[in-house]
Design a protein around this ligand. Structure first.
Ligand SMILES: *[C@@H]1O[C@H](CO)[C@@H](O)[C@H](O)[C@H]1NC(C)=O
Length: 283
C-alpha cells in the first residue's frame, strides 16, 4: 500500500517557482527573470534571503543549476541544502551544499556536510574544475537508503554510505526533507577561516538558480508515503546503491585532485574517527 502510494507520488517536478517554492525570508531581496525561469537571490548589508520547497521528500534525485556571486565575494555563502525543518532544530537531519565565496580571482570552495539528529561536523571541502561564477552548473544530490552522493555536473564529488544497520546514528534516512536555497553573510567563518571579510562596497551580491528538478518520493501527511523503500524508481534501484564504473573513475579523479578538507582524515579533531569514516565509497 505504502509502496504504490509512493510510486504514484514519485513524479518529476519542474514547474514554476510558485508551484514548487515559498520564500522564507526577505521577499524584496529576491527576483525572477521575465520568463520566470531564473531566480536571483541578493545579499546586502541588511540581509540575505532564501526560499524552500513547499513539499518534503524522502529519497530521490534533487538537482538545480546555480550561478554564483562573482568577483569579490569573500565571506558570502550561497547554500543549497536539504533539511527536515526550517531552522536549526536539535534533531534535524540535513544534507548541505555550501558555496564559499572568495576574493577576486581566488577559487570558490564547495563545502558539504551531513547532519543526523542535529549532529553534523562532517564537513568536506572541494575545489571545482570550473569557475562556478561564470555560468550555470548543475549540483545534485542522490539520496536513498544505501548512499548519499553529492554531484557537480554529474561528477560525484562526495559519497556518504549507509552501513545497513537500522540503529546507526549517522545516516539520515527516516525523516523527509525540504530543499532550501539561500544566500547570507558568513564572514565570521567562511573564507580562510573568517580572515577575509565581506566587502560591502560590492553589495548587493547575487546568486542565481534555475532548472529545479526533483525525481523523488513526495511525502504526504498524515499518510506516511515513502516510508518503505521500494525499487520502483531508478534512484532507489540497485544501480543507484553504489557508483557505476564510470562514476568511480570520476570520483577517483576528484579524490586525487580536488579534496581540500576531509573530516575523516582530521585526526587532530577526531582522535577516534567517526564510525561512518570506515565505510568504503567503492562498495
Ligand atoms: C580562497 O582563496 C585562498 C587563497 O587562494 C584559499 O586559500 C582558500 O582556500 C579559498 N577559499 C576559502 C573558502 O577560503
Amino acid at each position: 500500500m505504502a509502496a504504490s502510494y509512493c510510486l504514484s507520488e514519485a513524479a518529476v517536478s519542474q514547474g514554476s517557482f510558485q508551484d514548487n517554492f515559498n520564500i522564507m525570508w526577505s521577499e524584496n531581496h529576491f527576483s525572477t527573470s521575465d520568463d520566470g525561469q531564473i531566480w536571483s537571490l541578493a545579499l546586502d548589508k541588511n540581509t540575505g534571503c532564501g526560499f524552500q520547497t513547499k513539499q518534503r521528500y524522502r529519497f530521490g534525485w534533487f538537482s538545480m543549476k546555480l550561478k554564483l556571486v562573482g568577483g569579490d565575494s569573500a565571506g558570502v555563502v550561497t547554500a543549497y541544502y536539504m533539511c527536515t525543518e526550517n531552522g536549526a532544530g536539535p534533531t534535524r537531519d540535513e544534507l548541505d551544499f555550501e558555496f564559499l565565496g572568495n576574493r577576486t580571482g581566488q577559487p570558490y570552495l564547495i563545502q558539504t556536510n551531513v547532519y543526523k539528529n542535529g549532529v553534523g561536523n562532517r564537513e568536506m571541502r572541494h575545489m571545482l574544475w570550473f569557475d562556478p561564477t561564470e555560468d550555470f552548473h548543475t549540483y545534485s544530490v542522490l539520496w536513498n537508503n544505501h548512499q548519499i552522493v553529492f554531484f557537480a555536473d554529474r561528477v560525484p564529488v562526495r559519497v556518504y554510505k549507509n552501513d545497513g544497520n537500522a540503529s546507526n546514528d549517522f545516516f539520515p534516512n527516516e525523516k523527509p526533507m525540504y530543499l532550501f536555497s539561500s544566500i547570507w553573510n558568513a564572514d565570521d567563518w567562511a573564507t580562510r577561516g573568517g580572515l577575509e571579510k565581506t566587502n560591502w562596497t560590492k553589495a548587493p551580491f547575487v546568486s542565481s538558480y534555475t532548472n529545479f528538478n526533483v525525481d523523488g518520493c513526495q511525502w504526504e501527511d498524515p499518510y506516511p508515503a515513502c516510508v518503505s523503500t521500494t525499487t520502483d524508481n531508478w534512484w532507489d534501484q540497485y544501480n543507484a546503491w553504489h557508483l557505476s564504473d564510470s562514476q568511480k573513475m570520476d570520483y577517483a579523479w576528484v579524490q586525487r585532485n580536488l579534496v581540500v578538507y576531509d573530516y575523516c582524515k582530521d585526526y587532530e579533531r577526531f582522535p577516534t574517527l567517526p564510525g561512518e569514516c570506515s565505510l568504503s565509497p567503492w562498495d
